[in-house]
Design a protein around this ligand. Sequence first.
Ligand code: DX5
Ligand code: ZN
Length: 236
Amino acid sequence: MPLAEIKRKIKIAPSILGGDQANFAAALEIAVKGGADQVHLDVIDGHFAPNITFGPGTVKALRKRTDLKFDTHLMIDEPEKFVDKFLDAGSDLFCFHAEALTGERFDALYSKIHSKGKVIGLALKPSTEMPEWVEKRLDKLDTLCVMTVNPGFSGQSMIMSVMPKLEKITQMLNDKGLPIDIEIDGGVELETLEHVVKRGGNVLVAGAGVYYKPDPIKAVGILREKAKQAIATGAA
Ligand code: DX5
Ligand code: ZN
């Protein structure tokens, strides 16, 4: 079956971790002005991944400035300890790491998040294959986030060895008839996006791909156009 059997809309999600860390509000404004579909907020606790970023207080302060979808990527151990705080802060999508959860713990988080009208996603590190408990719960997901760098930092190069896994995931979601978002996180640039878009990735997280550019506002639209072109030229 062809990879592009389910058509997913291209969405651009600037990751403010790539922006000015002394001014996340400015990074958010760039995403809004650039016409981003959602803004990607990387929460890292220094345990799950080797960096410390920001927490619910920052998310809450940013929430006052926009209605844009807050795609919250929680690279943290024991996410249960913080989920209420991020609900209160105004996160829309809660993307947890499969490596930090079990099926039962996911189920509890799912109930809580959906009872508040918010949605849930799962992320996989580059070297993590989809666990069986995740496969059984794909119909509960808004987003499956395929990481193409190891969690921690903006500005890393895309890890190409993830491509076979991405193909497998896209195929699996298409076979199950699940039109959920396939988010690609890490090293998405004009030069690399073709590899992931042709394999089914539709939500493109971009830190360096937006914020390291001379005109980051324009970069959002340029990424989107390039991704659409890549789709138009066919499957991988
Ligand atoms: C890495 C983060 C990514 C990162 C992406 O831990 O999850 O979202 O900010 O940055 P780029 O696009 O620069 O690789
Ligand atoms: Zn991320």
